[in-house]
Ligand binder design. Sequence first.
Ligand code: IPE
Ligand code: IPE
Ligand code: MG
Length: 237
Amino acid sequence: MSLENMVIPEHVAVILDGNGRWAKKRGLPRAMGHKAGCETLEKMVRVASDVGIRYFTVYGFSTENWKRSEEEVGALMQLFRYYMVRLLKIASANNVRVKMIGEKSRFAPDIIKGIDNLVEKTRDNTGMTFIIAINYGGRDEILRAAKKLAGVYQESGADIRSVDEAEFASYLDTAGIPDPDLMIRTSGEMRLSNYLLWQLAYSEFYITDCLWPDFNQEELEKAILAYNSRERRFGGR
Ligand code: IPE
Ligand code: IPE
Ligand code: MG
């Protein structure tokens, strides 16, 4: 497959789903599925950057995922620790800038430090921006933005009724990042699971049965091909 003459979406947002099912199919513990998923993520950061995507956002852990078993959450935290270090190497080698969206204060101090380090050390990179959504929930993000905005207006005494969409969006975690053009969900589920509720308003959706650990360059190219066949609309005509 070739992406020649294809429009490359500027911002691709992924819901990486299916790690558990991938492991189950092989009779492995769920944690092994997450490990395989991290390896895929590592590869896909490089692939997305090579393909020419400018912003690549990946849903790694939702505000609801804390409800999973202590064992699974613990395994995921260990993987964050390990892959954060590896990600720094990959980002540095590929001129990738890393950002995080979500509410990081719920993580252990060393994980918070790791995230800050990753963001800090890659902030001047000029290639693709890789945005990792962890302890992220669209509703939580919107609520935090509303509270921040209310605080600023309360302080200044300005009239909050003058706020427009652009100003509101500047309080979201994704401030300064264009909305996704294409949203990919792996593993076939037809729902948003609290992902980028504000930002996906006019994105094209591509849902594949491919389980995340099996996702690769070819699967991404299929999604980009499908995107190219869409007639984008933004409500006008
Ligand atoms: C996605 O895989 C990774 C996270 C949500 C952390 P899942 O763990 O949701 O995999 P399935 O949906 O059970 O297959
Ligand atoms: C969405 O996947 C969250 C992430 C990919 C991090 P889930 O597997 O948690 O979502 P549901 O439970 O299928 O809606
Ligand atoms: Mg899932």
